[in-house]
Design a protein around this ligand. Structure first.
Ligand code: CAA
Length: 440
């Protein structure tokens, strides 16, 4: 069977930077450790006043098309995943296609376009749609362009304000991919939840603590569902495990859950038995509450073992390097985590060709998806072509007052004259909601 997966990826960060421990914490009269140690964040990316989900997505897509030498005729569908859409009818992909048609010969009239919505998991769902389209033989030799783009902003004073971010990830899904092949098996965990909602409103209504519990519950279901169709996993099966990363502190909890689950009935659980006992089995308990209490106790001890710490440092920690610097990008977040892990392998001269990644995607409301990926031969070239480190270095560092101005601007006030903090350089810029972006 021909391999299908992600051939190439490009990342575009919002061009402003908010320094969380040094700018945000003092302005909010908070301990900087809340950001750096508690949430695991250093800085977040913000869009300048001429950037929005269309411009960031189009800029990432253009960079990807240029690098891969593509023209519109090579692309058979454009799927955009976002939870920051400003138009309830026309999909963001049509706006992005319109931008790209300004700079390439030919057009995307032949391409299927859509917009996917299921909170942050929509980016992965769009990849799945593209994968299925190719597997069904409907692509006529063409690739799919998938763009995950978001301005993940919360109302001022909401606890979520600490985890904001903005940026876009463009991915090319095709046959014989250079970066990763996708597994056919997937696992899902899904339930009707009200932890995070945006019913016709700019900023989300969030039950923060509940959202963390729902993330972990759905992720556990998805891991179990994946095992029912794939294989009984072992923690050493994977080079890296990129999870959806609303903030790295959340992934600390998800990583522990994954480790606890995958060491069950392995030699690792046996080796740890003298130190912390074997993990509780549900059949040993009369009721679910007692079992869950016992599992919590086991996890508390597990997280302090050398075995877990070493595994976390090798398999999870490298997925968080970019997230620490950009914050939450909603639909793009798990794809940033994958890029971060592979960049870490390249920097450390580790050849991960043929090794597996386990990708844990999540969207509030709520659904988790687990699938595996196999790293392909061309991964290093693809990852080394990314310019994200350079982009991050070049962000303009906003003061707290400037942050408030920009935050107001993105509260759908972008149609008035606004100060720009950086200068656009050969990129698409916002001209007005519902109007086509221009290239400057
Ligand atoms: N030094 C070190 N650590 C500190 C600290 C300090 N001074 N102060 C607090 N901490 C630690 C806390 O102990 C806590 O650690 P643990 O979780 O390990 O116990 C951590 O910092 C966070 O502190 P709080 O729980 O008190 O934080 P909070 O309640 O103010 O806010 C939040 C956290 C609820 C996640 C909030 O940021 C929020 O609402 N965020 C938006 C929703 C979100 O991201 N949910 C995640 C799951 S849903 C999802 O993933 C979808 C999505 O993208 C939104």
């Amino acid at each position: 069977m021909t391999a299908v997966g992600i051939d190439a990826i490009e990342i575009w960060t919002g061009k402003l930077q908010l320094d969380l421990p040094n700018t945000f914490a003092p302005a909010k009269d908070q301990d900087p450790g809340y950001y750096t140690e508690g949430l695991g964040l250093e800085t977040s990316s913000f869009p300048d006043t001429y950037e929005d989900i269309v411009t960031m997505g189009a800029n990432a897509a253009k960079r990807l098309m240029d690098r891969k030498g593509l023209v519109p005729d090579d692309v058979g569908r454009i799927d955009v995943a976002t939870e920051s859409a400003f138009d309830n009818s026309k999909p963001v992909s049509t706006y992005i296609a319109g931008c790209l048609e300004k700079v390439y010969e030919g057009d995307f009239h032949h391409a299927n376009k859509g917009e996917r919505k299921f909170a942050c998991v929509a980016g992965t769902q769009s990849i799945d749609d593209a994968y299925n389209w190719i597997r069904a033989g409907r692509n006529r030799g063409r690739s799919a362009l998938v763009v995950a783009t978001d301005t993940a902003l919360y109302a001022r004073g909401d606890p979520g304000e600490a985890t904001q971010g903005a940026g876009a990830v463009a991915m090319l899904v095709s046959e014989e991919p250079s970066l990763v092949e996708l597994s056919t098996e997937q696992g899902y965990g899904s339930a009707d939840e009200t932890d995070f909602l945006k019913p016709n409103q700019q900023f989300p209504s969030v039950d923060g603590k509940r959202s963390m519990q729902v993330y972990l519950a759905r992720m556990r279901e998805a891991v179990e569902d994946f095992e029912s169709v794939a294989w009984d996993m072992h923690p050493e099966d994977f080079a890296y495990i990129p999870f959806h990363t609303p903030f790295p502190g959340m992934v600390r909890k998800a990583g522990l859950l994954g480790y606890r689950h995958t060491i069950r009935d392995t030699e690792i659980e046996d080796e740890l038995a003298d130190e912390i006992g074997r993990q509780p089995r549900e059949a040993e308990y009369d009721d679910r509450e007692a079992y869950e209490e016992a599992i919590r106790g086991y996890m508390d001890e597990l997280k302090d073992t050398d075995a877990y710490r070493d595994w976390y440092r090798r398999v999870i920690e490298p997925t968080l390097n970019l997230s620490r610097r950009v914050g939450n990008w909603y639909t793009g977040s798990v794809h940033v985590a994958r890029a971060s892990a592979l960049a870490h392998a390249a920097e450390n001269d580790r050849d991960v060709t043929g090794e597996k990644l386990l990708v844990g995607s999540y969207g509030s409301g709520a659904q988790a998806e687990i699938h595996a990926e196999t790293v392909q031969e061309g991964w290093r070239e693809e990852i080394e072509a990314l310019s994200i480190d350079d982009q991050l270095e070049r962000r303009y560092d906003v003061s707290y007052d400037e942050y408030e101005t920009v935050h107001d601007a993105h509260n759908h006030e972008m149609d008035r004259e606004l100060e720009e903090f950086t200068t656009p350089e050969g990129e698409f810029v916002h001209v007005g909601w519902g109007r086509m972006s221009e290239r400057k």
